[in-house]
Ligand binder design. Structure first.
Ligand SMILES: [Zn+2]
Ligand SMILES: [Zn+2]
Length: 372
């Protein structure tokens, strides 16, 4: 092998190491799927699309329903008066929502906002006791400290598991009769938080006396937070030391792109990655609230078919503020915040660059060995 072969091999290796922009999805080529299989089920929030363009001062059928949506996620405090009037309360709630999700704060139900509102998401509120935590500490645009502020949040009062309790136990609702394959997803999800904190998580058989109780439920399950069927809210979890972790049993849960329940494979546009949701909800069980960093685990929305399981710097900084670091945890660098990574607009983030940079070095080494 000579120099031109070396260059050719190196070139191929460079190409193969560039991440695909669809790498966050486990259905890489959705156009290859027959259209008959692509009909998503109607969800509770689809009707919000007819409110496109609505703004303050209007009265439109369906406004009352979207007020209830905002109330559920903490953006509206009042418990009644859900009329179809687009009033100041709704406009204020909408602006806070838009700020939390990095949308233009127009106060109008514009297309980007509607598209965001109907995305499946965690059932936990973004605003607790009237205080929005998602953008807490976020400086206004143009501030010189824009890139140095974390966006993670905690529950009011910063509840956490006591310092004396570092080995947390968990168990699955016996009636769910989960397979080992499903249980292993939760084990992997716990492991991601264990790697960065002194906490360990151990499965036990005794459901009644464990710290964390995991169960799939449908509809009303007696905690005041009924599930809503496919899409909409996916799961919710309680702050420490409650330890309740509930998942909507009617979601089209998938593991590694494969439907958990046979017969659900057709609902590709409503597929929800179980591990992604598990990692997120465990964050709540440990005391983290929602974050406005889109790449973070604690970001509330998860698009159908998407997979997001890697802790971002924002998640790690948040959980380590509560529990400290795992003595064996060495990275990632905290000199750059996730905000800076987001600002690169489609350029691979630092963690993926790290992996691909490593592959590239290996590739060059192999090519070099073959060339001599
Ligand atoms: Zn959540
Ligand atoms: Zn529940």
């Amino acid at each position: 092998m000579r120099i031109h072969q070396f260059i050719a091999i190196a070139f191929v290796l460079i190409l193969s190491s560039v991440p695909s922009p669809t790498s966050a999805h486990f259905f890489p080529n959705i156009s290859s799927i027959p259209s008959s299989l692509l009909k998503p089920n109607a969800t509770a929030w689809d009707s919000f699309q007819k409110l496109l363009g609505c703004h303050s001062g209007q009265k439109v059928d369906g406004i009352a329903k979207i007020k209830k949506y905002f109330q559920h996620f903490g953006y509206i405090n009042s418990l009644s008066n859900f009329t179809d009037d687009f009033d100041d309360i709704l406009e204020s709630a909408l602006k806070t929502y838009q700020q939390n999700f990095n949308l233009n704060t127009t106060g109008v139900l514009d297309a980007p906002t509607i598209q965001h509102i109907i995305k499946p998401r965690c059932g936990n509120a973004d605003v607790v006791n009237g205080t929005s935590t998602m953008n807490s500490g976020k400086p206004s645009a143009g501030s010189p400290s824009m890139h140095t502020v974390a966006h993670y949040s905690f529950f009011p009062g910063r509840p956490r598991w006591p310092a004396s309790k570092t080995d947390l136990t968990y168990a699955f609702l016996p009636q769910n009769s989960l397979t080992d394959n499903i249980k292993s997803v939760f084990s992997r999800a716990f492991e991601r938080w264990s790697e960065v904190t002194p906490l360990t998580f151990t499965e036990t058989a005794s459901f009644q006396s464990v710290d964390i109780k995991i169960g799939f439920f449908t509809g009303d399950h007696n905690d005041g937070e009924p599930f809503d069927g496919p899409m909409g809210t996916l799961a919710h979890a309680f702050s420490p030391p409650a330890g309740h972790f509930h998942l909507d049993g009617e979601e089209n849960w998938v593991i590694d792109g494969v439907a958990v329940n046979e017969g659900n494979f057709f609902s590709i546009l409503s597929a929800v990655d179980l591990e992604s949701v598990a990692v997120h909800e465990i964050g709540h069980l440990l005391g983290l609230g929602h974050s406005s960093v889109e790449d973070s685990i604690m970001y509330p929305s998860l698009e159908a078919g998407a997979r997001r399981v890697e802790l971002a710097n924002d998640d790690i900084q948040g959980v380590q503020e509560l529990y400290g670091s795992n003595p064996n945890f060495t990275g990632p660098s905290t000199t750059l915040t996730p905000t800076q990574e987001n600002d690169t607009n489609g350029v691979p983030n630092l963690s993926s660059l790290g992996v691909h940079g490593f592959l590239l070095v290996v590739g060059f080494f192999i090519a070099f060995v073959y060339s001599i």
